[in-house]
Design a protein around this ligand. Structure first.
Ligand code: SF4
Length: 326
């Protein structure tokens, strides 16, 4: 029996290189070793986008295509859509009865998000309670661990506390999931801020090659280097961080040397990096096209993921109902 892992993503737009290196690359590796459940958290997208839900369905489909494109395998992993497994809503309701409100109010990302998304009215019960829904999503499948980035670790901690409280009140049903921290390489957006859809600085996995080249051409480099004749410093250049991921090691060493001695200009350097990046993205685009041309196969994958997730969720809910004697 392989140990189980579970993780999910909110469908708020197409996935970019930051999502790939921050989560997906790790998931693709983990599915070789673990029994992985990966879900698209469309109800979670409603917590912040409840006023404009019309794009959630399209994004859900796009994300599934992104997942398949990078090599998440429906044979090795269970890929499913949260809102198709209604048991999540029932467990969420039951957990909401036992979760003290101060646990949610002290959630470090709650106030942060309210400030960051100030254009939206997030003073809703659903937004405050989303860690409870997240706890239901996770413990439903009794995973051994949850692979997350360091900023998501507090959410898993609340999940552990809620599971512990349930077990204390009604008897041992849920194991407390471990945090499996994802080691992520440094990769900023084209403007050197964190790569994010909302900043308009992201390179998407589904971008065509010309668009990738155009975005790379706008990337901010070493800010001290005004002219080609000025020696540059690759250590503070975002383009160089990309080279380290997408260019062959001998070329990375060459850029390092030729940038410092002002033998290579930023225009050429970016062009070469875009070639490496496009070579990396080419098989991802190809697999995406394969699935885009086979919508019936994608529907089959969605249905199979739903059936498999539901089977486990139903078993868990039988235990939960028995534990609380309902
Ligand atoms: S030559 Fe390349 S590494 Fe050097 S500053 Fe320009 S873009 Fe950055």
């Amino acid at each position: 029996m392989r140990k189980r892992l579970l993780s999910g993503m909110r469908p708020t737009g197409p996935l970019h290189l930051g999502n790939y290196h921050g989560a997906l690359a790790n998931w693709v590796r983990l599915q070789q070793e673990y029994d992985c459940f990966f879900f698209i958290a469309d109800w979670h997208a409603l917590t912040s986008d409840y006023e404009k839900p019309d794009r959630i369905r399209g994004y859900t489909y796009d994300i599934l295509l992104d997942w398949l494109s990078v090599g998440l395998s429906p044979e090795q992993s269970t890929l499913f859509i949260q809102s198709q497994v209604k048991e999540h809503a029932e467990l969420y309701l039951i957990l909401s009865m036992i979760t003290p409100v101060p646990w949610l109010e002290r959630n470090p990302t709650y106030k942060d998000q309210i400030e960051q998304l100030s254009s939206k009215d997030l003073s809703t019960f659903g937004f405050l309670g989303y860690p409870v829904l997240q706890a239901a999503d996770i413990i439903m499948y009794k995973p051994f661990g949850v692979p997350v980035g360091v900023d998501q670790a507090p959410h898993v901690e609340i999940t552990r506390e809620i599971a512990r409280r349930f077990n204390h009140l009604y008897g041992p049903v849920f194991p407390e999931p471990e945090v499996i921290l994802t080691d992520t390489p440094k990769l900023l957006g084209t403007d050197r801020r964190k790569m994010s859809k909302s900043y308009g600085n992201a390179i998407f996995l589904s971008d065509p090659a010309e668009e990738v080249a155009a975005k790379v051409a706008t990337m901010i480099t070493d800010p001290q280097r005004m002219r080609k004749s000025d020696p540059g410093n690759p250590e503070i250049c975002n383009v160089f961080d990309f080279h380290k991921l997408y260019s062959p090691p001998q070329f990375v060493a060459e850029v390092d040397r030729r940038c410092r001695s002002a033998e290579i200009g930023c225009v050429e350097c970016k062009r070469r990096m875009a070639e490496g990046l496009n070579a990396f993205l080419a098989p991802i685009r190809e697999t995406r096209r394969h699935y885009q041309e086979r919508p019936d196969r994608v529907e089959e994958i969605i249905a199979a993921g739903r059936a498999k997730a539901q089977q486990t969720a139903r078993r868990t809910m039988d235990e939960v109902r028995a534990a609380i004697k309902l």
